[in-house]
Design a protein around this ligand. Structure first.
Ligand code: HEM
Length: 448
């Protein structure tokens, strides 16, 4: 491989590097603008982060090539800090044969034919949300979005009535853990995070409770003797490469690795959907009209989802402009190439679905919120891989159908009942963390 790649070009250095610091300060100060500007410098560019060189991929085609190539794996500083906090044996950070085996274990729970079983829970949760909200009273969208995302993931995938109260605890823990985790990933101050400051104590308590909760869930399922057809049963019965039952630590880490990406991403997307409904009353009205015509005025149900095409396009367009997962990384396992550029073995590669999905080279009126761009005749003009909020290849999110179904159902249920106004004190500017979400969205649901 090395001899083939020696003729390859060195990717250009992105502009704006500061001596000593490189691009680090720009990336930390305004990561979204920084990532969105990189394509002007090349299809693949080098970034200097202090002494380290990182490679950024900036075109849709090359992000697809990156995701599909076996020359790259999940590794690098971002993943190492995640492993340190969430466990080393879960599917989200595994590679190679273990990763393939783990995907085979979890995949059936997310397949298209499994989704209808989750319909009643998704419906119940979506309607319960609209019941909780009182017309004219301020809704704290962050906690409400987390709550429903965790409840749906936990109740569908780890079935059992006990989840009803546990989901509450889980959502509070996860919100705290994600907040602290991003800080630890971006500003790795090591020992400082062990000092007994209130924020550190709160983080450690939430992380410990998260792990405890997962242990309780597993122990309780075992004690019940029940084996419902769900993801938890699949994990408890999984075998390793030698046909032996997988270890306790792997079961634990797998539950964490599924619940954690499954809650923050969905919660952030729900927040953006609420923000969009408030900001674009004309689309809120179109969703309401569509829901009414599809349901005939009945409560929206799972079976309606496939007919709610405009609602689905609103969800897709919200995810285009505000992708929950805004940055992804890989590491080259060997010397290789991307787009004719040399990538050395061990190089860290980064790309931003946010930058790709907002690029004027891929989308007309690229920053407009325009759900109709997803109508079939227009959608086919979108370049391949220019809209991949769930990623591609062997690391593609297993939950794309599961997520789209619940997001469409929730959007339909809340829009059938309410339109939204920003409440006093609401701050819907973008907060950059592990995911993108509004800083503090406060809305007032108003009856139609
Ligand atoms: C992986 C996005 C919801 C479980 C991923 C990846 C993306 C993503 C982009 C790939 C990461 C990479 O390429 O490095 C999203 C979005 C969601 C969502 C935008 C919702 C709007 C969920 C849910 C679950 C889930 C609800 C589970 C309940 C996972 C898991 C992985 C993953 C386990 C790791 C897959 C692997 O490494 O093989 N997600 N996700 N996600 N997601 Fe999701």
């Amino acid at each position: 491989m090395a001899s083939e790649t020696t003729e390859l070009r060195e990717p250009p250095l992105a502009g704006g590097a500061v001596p000593g610091l490189g691009h680090g300060l720009k990336l930390v100060r305004d990561p979204l603008t920084f990532m969105a500007g990189l394509r002007d410098h090349g299809d693949v560019v080098r970034l200097k982060l202090g002494p380290k060189t990182v490679y950024a991929v900036t075109t849709p085609a090359l992000t697809g090539a990156l995701a599909l190539s076996p020359d790259f794996k999940i590794d690098g500083p971002l993943w190492e800090s995640l492993e340190g906090l969430l466990g080393k044996e879960g599917v989200a950070t595994a590679n190679g044969p273990r990763h393939r085996r783990q995907r085979r274990t979890i995949q059936p729970a997310f397949r298209m034919d499994a989704i209808p079983h989750y319909g009643p829970i998704m419906e119940e949760e979506a309607h319960a949300l609209t019941e909780r909200w009182k017309p004219g009273e301020t809704v704290e969208c962050t906690s409400e979005s987390f709550r429903i995302a965790v409840r749906i993931a936990a109740r569908c995938l780890l079935r059992g009535e006990y989840m009803d109260e546990r989901a509450e605890r889980l959502s509070v823990d996860l919100a705290t853990v994600f907040r602290g985790m991003y800080r630890r990933m971006v500003v790795p101050l090591g020992p400082l995070y062990r000092l007994p400051f209130p924020a550190n104590r709160e983080f450690n308590r939430a992380l410990a409770d998260l792990h405890l909760l997962v242990d309780e869930i597993v122990a309780e399922r075992r004690a019940s003797g029940q084996k419902p057809n769900d993801l938890l049963t699949a994990l408890l019965e999984a075998k390793d490469e030698n046909g032996d039952p997988i270890g306790e630590q792997e079961i634990h880490d797998q539950v964490v690795a599924i619940l954690t990406p499954g809650s923050e991403t969905v919660a952030s997307t729900i927040m953006w959907l609420l923000q969009v409904l408030a900001e674009h009353p004309e689309h809120a009205e179109r969703v309401r009209v569509e829901v009414e015509s599809v349901t005939g005025g009945q409560p929206v149900a799972f079976e309606h989802v496939r007919s709610l095409t405009h609602t689905n396009n609103v969800v897709t367009e919200a995810m285009r402009l505000r992708p929950a997962v805004w940055i992804l990384t890989r590491r080259a396992v060997t010397e290789t190439s991307l787009g004719g550029y040399r990538i050395p073995a061990g190089a860290d590669i980064v790309y931003s679905p946010y930058a790709i999905q907002r690029d004027a080279r891929s989308y007309d009126r690229n920053l407009d919120f325009d759900p109709d761009r997803w109508l079939p005749e227009r959608a086919k003009e979108v370049p391949k891989y220019a809209m991949s909020p769930f990623s591609n290849g062997n690391r593609k999110c297993p939950s794309d159908h599961f997520s789209m179904t619940q997001l469409t159902l929730i959007t339909a249920a809340i829009s059938a009942k309410y339109r939204f106004e920003q409440a006093t004190g609401s701050n819907d500017t973008t907060r950059v963390g592990i995911t993108l979400r509004p800083h503090d969205l406060l809305l007032r649901p108003m009856p139609w």
